[in-house]
Design a protein around this ligand. Structure first.
Ligand code: IPE
Ligand code: MG
Length: 210
């Protein structure tokens, strides 16, 4: 969900205002996605690299994730199941603070029964960290290191392969997002900064699948 800072800057607003609008936009876009029959929507909320940002900005983004995972009533109304992907809370490198952990656990449990779209939020997530953890876990279990065993030890083994990867805000590069899962994915590049990413942008991305 790239481009929050630039969206704010273009309006003379602080970066935090861009993140706030980005969170609101995710709530809006989830509503659109369910009308498009999307089964799985995964968004990059905060990466393992993002912790170096100024403390006030990080604190603001943490609060927005607490808010996002607090949208249980909305998710239930939409029949959306929310999941989280990131460094497991009990791993030594994990940095998700306890209050965000609590919000995540509660939202995951309180929407687990929903059978519509699965919304997966990547928070304290890095594709390389995930792959290292998967290889270590496969090795620790004594299994041979194969595509199958690595796949089984990913953070969310049931997450399907990515069909379409969307890059917002004019970024023409791969990030540290779902590296294993996005092999073979189509890529939709758009100039729209995340807070403005709407139904037309989503539909343009989905066009790649037809
Ligand atoms: C995305 O917006 C939000 C996070 C990465 C947490 P950015 O903060 O990266 O916005 P730009 O790239 O500076 O516009
Ligand atoms: Mg950015």
């Amino acid at each position: 969900m790239d481009g929050n800072g630039r969206w704010a800057g273009a309006r003379g607003l602080p970066r935090t205002a861009g993140h706030t609008e980005g969170e609101e936009n995710l709530a809006r876009l989830v509503r659109v996605a369910v009308t498009r029959d999307i089964g799985w929507l995964t968004v990059f909320g905060f990466s393992t690299e993002n912790w170096v940002r100024p403390r006030a900005e990080v604190r603001h983004i943490l609060g927005l994730h607490e808010k996002l995972f607090g949208r249980v009533a909305e998710l239930n109304e939409l029949d959306v199941r929310i999941q989280w992907i990131g460094r497991p809370f009990d791993s030594p490198e994990a940095r998700t603070p306890r209050y965000v952990q609590r919000a995540i656990r509660k939202a995951v449990a309180d929407t687990a029964h929903n059978g519509g779209m699965t919304l997966t939020v990547a928070f304290d997530y890095g594709g390389r960290a995930e792959l290292m953890a998967a290889v270590r876990a496969a090795r620790a279990s004594g299994e041979p290191i194969t595509e199958a065993t690595i796949g089984r030890h990913l953070y969310l083994p049931d997450l399907p392969p990515v069909d379409v990867l969307v890059r917002t805000s004019g970024e023409h590069r791969v990030s540290n997002f779902l590296l294993w899962q996005s092999a073979g994915a189509k890529i939709h590049f758009c100039d729209t900064p995340w807070p403005d990413f709407g139904a037309a942008d989503l539909d343009a991305a989905l066009e790649l699948l037809t």
